[in-house]
Design a protein around this ligand. Structure first.
Ligand SMILES: *Cc1c(COP(=O)(O)O)cnc(C)c1O
Length: 436
């Protein structure tokens, strides 16, 4: 394959000779490199030189801007979606004997946090758009159901409003437990129903009925991992949207404290002269975001609507135009009813491929110097969950989607010529493997 001009152009940092670029040779179109340029580097450098590198003014500013973007009172930035959402399950007092409903089609993190707290993941099937089937959730609700975690796969929001209704209608089933860790207020008693915790790891900036994700579920978790639409290298955030009498400031305070060992004062507060004394009421966790990460996030957020989202949408539109009239392919759903996705992934499906053929197509694409991916290997197909007795046969639509799925590169720096190269590689690979 010829060395492409775009691959030559590609650098991890413009004007910064970071050694990582050698990993990209021979010239491959990478799957999802972060957008790192002089602005990002400068923002991080400023933090490094400021003398304050852990949680501090940048993190607090990032949280305020995220809350304003989403339209909620409070957002807490943490070190990952995983730790942020595990903390939510712990706050809600979820543990042994409890059930959490989630789709079989998701990243392992969604189920792993349920295992961490000792509860049982109850897996249900997905719809053709890859999101959780609300009717399957309704049927799976029991008196042990404490939480529902829909996943906004590929950036398309799940039907979160329907799930909120299902949780509200199932209050008669709900059997609250006391959580002594949350002083003065028992969240299960107060809410009186299953908590809806949205996995919006893919869907920052997506909307339902014109409202950003984060405004529908009780609590929404975002990921700012390096491959996500908006990155802080590693990072995550929680948007609080619980109904009264829950109070966003109180929630923020509890989660913030529990992200710092349950310590009553954070590092910044302790720098005030003489303010050294603190207390610990509960043994907390350690999952705060650093100002180095927040500095990256602030740059990302500032150009998110004006640059990131439009470019991602344009790339997906170019893929759509190239695959639409070719009946060997099934296009991903980027928008449906009142849900507008944020173009996180381009989840193409090969119409009549078996799983083995799909795998062979990916190998044939890689030979043509294009990196693609599969989102996701369903939970029942991972050794651990299989070992617990989960069966992929119980989730036929999850398997039908997964077995034909190939995620194509989508990222800000991907040029139109590279998109065309990806299209050509995919079509040639399908012809090679399926002979059509
Ligand atoms: C990336 C991802 C997560 C985990 O996010 P981290 O910030 O890496 O913990 C959770 N759910 C889904 C669907 C993801 O893709």
């Amino acid at each position: 394959m010829e060395k492409s001009s775009t691959a030559q152009k590609y650098q991890w940092g413009v004007g910064h000779d970071l050694d990582n670029s050698r990993y990209l040779r021979p010239p491959m179109i990478p799957f999802s490199p972060p957008r790192i340029d002089d602005r990002t580097v400068k923002a991080v450098e400023e933090v490094l030189r400021s003398g304050w590198i852990t949680t501090g003014p940048r993190t607090k500013e990032f949280e305020r801007r995220l809350a304003a973007y989403i339209g909620v009172d409070r957002v807490l930035a943490l070190n990952s979606w995983t730790n942020a959402c595990e903390l939510v399950l712990r706050w809600y007092g979820i543990g042994p004997g409890d059930e959490v409903i989630l789709p079989a089609y998701t990243y392992c993190a969604t189920a792993n946090i349920v295992m961490h707290v000792g509860a049982k993941p109850v897996l249900v099937d997905v719809l053709d758009d890859f999101t959780i089937d609300p009717e399957a959730v309704r049927k799976a609700m029991t008196n042990r159901t404490k939480c529902i975690i829909p996943v906004d796969v590929g950036g398309l929001p799940a039907r979160v409003n329907d799930l909120m209704r299902i949780a509200e209608e199932a209050t008669v089933l709900f059997t609250p437990k006391v959580n002594l860790r949350v002083a003065g207020s028992n969240p299960q008693m107060r809410l009186g129903r299953a908590l809806v915790l949205s996995d919006a790891a893919h869907s920052f900036g997506a909307t339902i009925a014109g409202q950003p994700t984060g405004r529908q579920a009780d609590i929404t978790g975002y990921s700012f991992h390096a491959v996500k639409n908006l990155t802080t290298a590693e990072g995550g955030a929680l948007a609080f949207n619980l109904p009264a009498p829950f109070n966003a400031d109180e929630l923020y305070a509890w989660f913030n404290t529990m992200s710092l060992h349950g310590q009553s004062k954070d590092a910044l507060a302790k720098t005030q002269p003489g303010a050294w004394r603190y207390d610990v009421e509960f043994p907390g966790y350690k999952c705060n975001m650093t100002d180095l990460q927040a500095a990256i996030g602030l740059v990302e957020l500032e150009r998110y609507d004006a640059e990131t989202l439009p470019r991602r949408a344009a790339i997906c539109a170019r893929y759509d135009a190239a695959f639409r009239d070719d009946d060997r392919f099934v296009l991903p759903t980027m928008q449906a009813d009142d849900r507008q996705g944020c173009h996180h992934l381009y989840m193409l499906r090969v119409a009549h491929a078996t799983e083995a053929q799909r795998d062979a197509i990916i190998t044939a694409i890689a030979k043509r110097s294009v990196s693609v991916n599969v989102h996701f290997i369903p939970l029942p197909m991972l050794s651990y969950y299989k070992g617990l007795g989960y069966r992929i046969e119980d989730h036929p639509n999850t398997y039908a989607q997964y077995s034909r799925e190939i995620s194509l590169p989508v990222y800000f720096d991907l040029s139109d010529e590279q998109v065309d190269q990806v299209v050509a590689a995919v079509k040639a690979a399908v012809s090679e493997v399926l002979g059509a």
